[in-house]
Design a protein around this ligand. Structure first.
Ligand SMILES: *Cc1c(COP(=O)(O)O)cnc(C)c1O
Length: 375
């Protein structure tokens, strides 16, 4: 039987060679390759600065600290998101305040607005599965209420709004290079910003808040000693990972185009079914289709869970839609109000396989299986 995975990283000989070369260079943790990756990443997204870190979760954590989020502060975010969204707020003992989402699975502006209190300090806006959220709307809302806007762009590298790449709009935009995302370094993350002070502090915190970093000491002709200026972390990316990232970045546009072509084929094949909700790009929005999610409504002949089992029975992996944080044991203590829209989307959506390259025969096999299941 044919086996189709949910996702596959697009890694080749170039990445393997780059890692090999870095390993033999004598410099394997954060060093010149990390600096090069940061420069190229900032250039790609159109931001002034980029700061590489160990993953997107640590990118979000450092952004919270640098944005000045403190214990007891409220940060509005979607519940319908990967658990790291809410966790990154909790790390500083701040309070995630969950708001509902729209049909694009991104935060609903009116519901978020209704959750603002005197304790609200920031909004954490997630570009869910690569579909850009309403940055302009949230920028305006944040400006009106003096809130920080932090973007969780874990999935959104290569996505854009009106020709401007995600990563160029706000002062804290956090990316992931986990293998489930569009480009990967095994694990890895990045924060982009246009603020030089934020850049400096992010770089300090990721390396134990050490006043002198390894590279500066290595290149110095004078003996220098470091101080530890505040509570810091070890959130470094390694040069091995960065050398892989540099090559992934070169392939990114091609990967996004290929993913978009597969998404278009899905949409063409599935739009005949009234009971399937498909992703829609609003005017000016370009998604990288990090994942392809469909919503199966109540009039479907097959429920979401039965569809997933039927797909697995013919060798095709699927995954349940985006999770909800407020129903997880870790957040049960909050006794959150029910969130009907979020819960409905999470319980009735499913992610279909999407990776590049995907052979035409694999795609055609999937579509014929899906049609049989829904017939
Ligand atoms: C994947 C993902 C993360 C976590 O990224 P890591 O790099 O694995 O820490 C965080 N938030 C969202 C929305 C994600 O999709």
């Amino acid at each position: 039987m044919r086996k189709i995975p949910i996702a596959l990283p697009c890694l080749g000989k170039e990445e393997a060679q780059a890692a090999y070369d870095t390993i033999l260079s004598g410099w394997v943790t954060q060093g010149p390759k990390v600096a090069e990756f940061e420069t190229k990443f900032a250039e790609y997204v159109g931001s002034k600065y980029a700061v590489a870190v160990s993953n997107c979760t640590t990118a979000l954590h450092l952004s919270m600290i640098v944005a000045g989020i403190k214990a007891g502060d409220e940060v509005i975010c979607p519940s319908m998101s990967f658990i790291a969204t809410a966790n990154s707020i909790k790390y500083e003992n701040a309070i995630p305040v969950f708001a509902e989402v729209d049909s694009d699975y991104n935060l609903n502006l009116d519901d978020a607005k209704s959750k603002i209190t005197s304790k609200t300090k920031a909004i954490l806006l997630v570009h869910q599965i690569g579909m850009p959220a309403n940055i302009a709307g949230f920028r305006k809302l944040c400006d009106e209420h003096n809130l920080v806007l932090i973007e969780a762009a874990a999935c959104a590298i290569g996505s854009s709004i009106d020709g401007k790449k995600i990563g160029s709009h706000s002062d804290f935009v956090c990316f992931s290079f986990h293998p489930r995302k569009v480009i990967t370094t095994g694990d890895g993350g990045m924060v982009t910003t246009s603020n030089p002070q934020f850049t400096e502090r992010l770089k300090l915190l990721r390396q134990h808040a050490m006043s002198v970093n390894d590279r500066v000491r290595h290149e110095s002709t004078k003996v220098i000693f470091e101080e530890h200026l505040e509570l810091g972390y070890n959130y470094r990316l390694t040069d091995i990972q960065a050398s892989i990232g540099i090559h992934q970045l070169k392939k990114l546009d091609e990967m996004v185009n290929a993913r978009r072509a597969i998404a278009k084929k899905y949409i063409d094949e599935l739009q005949q079914y009234d009971f399937i909700g498909l992703p829609i790009e609003q005017k000016g929005i370009i998604s990288n289709y990090q994942s392809f999610s469909i919503y199966i409504d109540k009039t479907s002949p097959v429920s979401r869970n039965d569809f997933m089992q039927a797909m697995l029975d013919v060798g095709i992996a699927t995954r349940k839609g985006i999770m909800t944080a407020h129903r997880e044991p870790a957040y049960e203590y909050m006794n959150s109000d029910p969130m009907p829209i979020t819960e409905d989307f999470a319980d009735n959506s499913v992610l279909l396989p999407l990776y590049h390259p995907m052979p035409d025969e694999d795609f055609d096999y999937m579509i014929s299986c899906i049609k049989k299941i829904f017939s």
